[in-house]
Design a binder for this molecule. Structure first.
Ligand code: NAD
Length: 475
């Protein structure tokens, strides 16, 4: 299996070599180096900013038809290149090939949805006396600096590029240095579909250097970031110095409320698969299982039994259901979090350790009766560990769900219609799944509240986040 030669893409040109620093991209299933990634120096970043400024002057005047043609064309190319894109994503990130193919399809759906939305970015005319006219219109915000993490190597860059392009902005994308080839593959589809080179750039670098440089420039008018809450808070402060718009997709700690009126096996079949998707490295991953006492024992033993059956190995082998973790930081974090929880008295029902010493594999793990002061009950584990605790009633379960400052995704399982509505109303979360884990879609806003961030991607909201409003009054 070949892995592409890596570069940056600035002003439509492939940039590499030239004595630049490099970062080794590693296959997490083997620990082997795949390729060296060139890192931007300040001159590269200034070139990208200059191109983005020109790109904005051009693309802000593009017609909806032009934008739609690029987005639809890129979606078609992604479909044609699905196998190649998915294989590259598995090589550099580790998820299973089946998951990577779904990621491509989700991105295809998003680009096609945005291609339709570009025709509906309406303004309005206000009621005024005869002879006067007041209009409200929406305009692209300006060049966007977008930072995409490694956990969805295709989908994250797709979101970061798609919305600005639909809105008429230019964009400088810094995708994760761990998964650059997937991001470059998505950008290439857009460029091959006719996107002018100056409209979208891809740079890589030392993250703190790149974000300080780009956010320090008055050219950039918007920050879009997906990643941890800690880094998100830092970047929002940088953006505030120049009053740049922000869309922040940060961490979560997904509560799952399981009431005693459900079919326990059906809930387990759905939630166990959701928990270990992408080895738990998903911001909307179900994490804290808040289970009503009457079904608690059945739920936790069924969870542990299913977790123990998951086949873990190289994501390219179709027999495997879970791949490695994306990098050694995550296996180290699992060790620390599980060790801390058991030291504080939690019961380890399944897994708990690394698998082998080649690559970054970790066992699907289950903890129960976890004290609330354990680190794993308070910080996003971002890994293959589920925590299951018993609660007496709806009130206590809701209190636990809302205990943390995070509010990205929450799930509840109950057949009681009144309770479904109460939970939907009371839970502090940007997205809520009731009797389902399907909480996204190209047409649905994806985003959180509280420490999980603000603003949304996908849906009409994703494009609106790249627009500003202008009111014009004519006497
Ligand atoms: P991290 O916080 O160091 O990095 C998270 C992301 O932010 C990475 O893509 C990284 O390249 C980028 N980043 C880091 N410092 C930056 C800076 N100064 N400027 C710009 N970008 C910067 O952590 P990590 O080890 O890569 O990931 C671990 C944690 O990040 C996880 O525990 C999880 O909470 C969070 N995370 C969240 C998402 C998500 O989808 N919301 C995705 C990936 C990681």
């Amino acid at each position: 299996m070949t892995y592409p030669e890596l570069c940056m893409v600035i002003d439509g040109e492939r940039v590499r070599g030239g004595g630049r620093r490099t970062h080794d991209v590693v296959n997490p299933a083997t620990g082997d180096t795949l390729a060296a990634l060139p890192l931007a120096d300040p001159v590269d970043l200034d070139r990208a900013l200059d191109a983005a400024a020109r790109g904005f002057r051009r693309w802000r005047h593009s017609t909806p038809h032009e934008r739609a043609a690029v987005l639809q064309g890129a979606a078609q190319l992604m479909l044609e290149r699905q196998d190649e894109l998915a294989r590259v994503a598995v090589l550099e990130q580790g998820k299973t090939l089946a998951e990577a193919k779904v990621e491509v399809l989700m991105n295809v759906g998003l680009f096609n949805f945005y291609a339709g939305e570009v025709f509906r970015l309406y303004g309005r005319t206000l009621v005024r006396p005869a002879g006067q006219r007041s209009t409200v219109s929406r305009e692209p915000v300006g060049p966007v600096a977008a930072f995409a993490p490694w956990n969805f190597p295709i989908g994250n860059p797709g979101r970061k590029l798609g919305a600005p392009i639909a809105a008429g902005c230019s964009v400088i994308l810094k995708a994760a240095e761990e998964t650059p080839a997937s991001a470059l593959g998505v950008l290439q589809c857009l460029l091959d579909a006719g996107l002018p080179g100056e409209v979208a750039q891809a740079v890589f670098g030392v993250p703190d250097e790149v974000s300080r440089h780009l956010l320090g420039s008055p050219v950039i008018r918007k920050l879009s970031f997906t990643g941890s809450t800690a880094i998100g808070k830092h970047l929002v402060k940088l953006a505030a110095d120049d009053m740049k718009r922000t869309t922040m997709e940060l961490g979560g700690h997904g509560p799952v409320l399981v009431f005693d009126d459900v079919d326990v096996d059906q809930v387990l079949d759905t939630m166990v698969a959701a928990k270990y998707r992408n080895a738990g490295q998903v911001c909307v991953s179900p994490t804290r299982f808040i289970v009503q006492e009457d079904v608690y024992d059945r739920f936790r033993s069924g969870f542990a039994e299913r977790a123990g059956r998951i086949a873990v190995g190289d994501g390219l082998d179709p027999a495997n259901q879970m791949g490695p973790m994306a990098n050694p930081r995550r296996t180290d974090a699992m060790e620390r979090l599980i060790g801390d929880a058991t030291a504080r008295g939690a019961t380890l029902l399944a897994g708990g350790g690394r698998i082998g010493n080649r690559g970054f594999f970790h066992q699907p793990s289950v903890l129960s009766d976890v004290p609330l002061d354990a680190a794993v009950m308070n910080e996003e584990p971002f890994g293959p560990v589920a925590m299951i605790n018993p609660f007496a009633n709806e009130e206590a379960m809701l209190a636990e769900a809302n205990r943390l400052p995070y509010g990205l995704a929450a799930y509840a399982w109950t057949r009681d219609a009144g309770r479904q509505r109460r939970i939907a109303r009371e839970i502090e979360s940007g997205m809520v799944g009731i009797n389902t884990t399907m909480i996204g879609g190209a047409d649905a806003p994806f985003g959180g509240v509280k420490w999980s961030g603000h603003g949304a991607e996908d849906g009409l909201e994703g494009v609106e986040a790249c627009l500003v409003t202008k009111a014009v009054h004519e006497g």
